[in-house]
Design a protein around this ligand. Structure first.
Ligand code: UDP
Ligand code: MG
Length: 311
């Protein structure tokens, strides 16, 4: 276990917990998941509710969740269509206030039996408890390779905060971090990066991620590309900056080359054409820099965040 910030002695606003469960077409696994989850909750020493977010399922998920909701400790939220897991998690977060939340997949890849351990870490003072995969042997080669590339890219492009490795969305978010996320209302942000960006006291707990128990994964290589694009666009203007440097250097080199040719009396249309193209690239880079500034200014994320609940 590692901590990325010092422990805080400030009080938690409440000692209540909501378990957020995004579900999309999960009729084959929900009953077993729910049984194991409720058995775990029965022994928890905090007041706990379960909030299922039905992300536009077209199978019997909605019906099963409505049945679960007869238990007063269980609620379900039905989204109008499938918006994707990020949006489903966001909808869940917006429906919860002044409590800690644990986000967990319902395909039993994240064992519900680990929840007491996460609560224990929260009670030690950690505001974020990231569940970190010990290994990815249950994932396909393609998914493992894609994940490795994703983290390598994030390491290169994001340097103002640490991106924790091999963590999914299985995590506890304390009430203060939850309030900060809700206040920012950052729909463009990728939740796991947003949580790290906060910089609140956090810890990682290692676990073995199991194979999906039933049903099928909604993961596709395209969804990872989307995650990658969303992560970069929301948290880094470095690609723009790199383009600006390359354009500026190319323009200076091109100008020297054309000036040399002009001095020797060897100027041709090709020289002028190349110089015009480089000038256009430089112009695009300048526009890009301004767009980057606009993005930074309109971002719902503040320049800095105060520690916890300070006025
Ligand atoms: N999920 C969701 N909306 C989606 C896709 C997935 O709510 O559009 C839920 C899904 O029901 C599961 C979790 O997100 O609880 C993880 O999905 P999945 O197991 O398909 O992804 P993987 O674990 O393979 O990356
Ligand atoms: Mg899964």
């Amino acid at each position: 276990m590692t901590s990325s910030a010092s422990l805080s002695s400030e009080c938690r606003p409440t000692d209540e917990l909501t378990i957020l469960v995004p579900c999309f077409n999960e009729q084959h696994v929900l009953i077993e998941f729910h049984t194991r989850l409720m058995a775990t909750i029965d022994h928890l020493n905090v007041t706990t509710e379960v909030l299922y977010i039905n992300d536009g399922s077209q199978d019997r998920t909605a019906e099963i969740l409505d049945r679960f909701s007869q238990d007063p400790r269980v609620r379900s939220l039905h989204l109008s269509r499938n918006f994707g897991k990020e949006a489903a998690m966001r909808a869940g977060i917006n429906a919860v206030q002044d409590r800690a939340v644990i986000i967990i997949d319902c395909d039993l890849q994240d064992p519900p039996e680990l929840i007491p351990l996460m609560v224990q870490e929260w009670h030690k003072g950690y505001e974020i408890v990231n569940m970190q995969r010990r290994s990815r042997h249950c994932d396909s080669w393609a998914k493992r390779t894609a994940a490795r590339l994703y983290y390598a890219l994030m390491d290169q492009l994001i340097d103002d905060f640490d991106v924790p490795k091999q963590v999914s969305d299985f995590r506890l978010i304390g009430p203060n971090a939850l309030a900060a996320i809700r206040a920012m209302d950052d729909n463009a942000g990728v939740l796991k990066l947003l949580v790290s960006w906060l910089g609140y006291p956090s810890t990682e707990v290692n676990y073995d991620r199991k194979a999906r128990q039933a049903g099928t994964t909604k993961w596709t290589p395209l969804s990872l590309l989307d995650l990658c694009a969303d992560s970069i666009l929301a948290f880094s203007i470095r690609p723009l900056r790199m383009y600006s440097y390359v354009s500026a250097i190319s323009f200076v080199a091109g100008t020297l080359w054309v000036a040399g040719a002009a001095t020797l009396g060897e100027l041709t249309h090709v020289h002028l054409l190349v110089l015009s193209i480089l000038l256009l690239c430089l112009g695009t880079a300048v526009v890009g820099e301004y767009v980057g500034r606009v993005l930074t200014v309109v971002s719902p994320r503040p320049d800095s965040l105060r520690r916890r609940n300070q006025p």
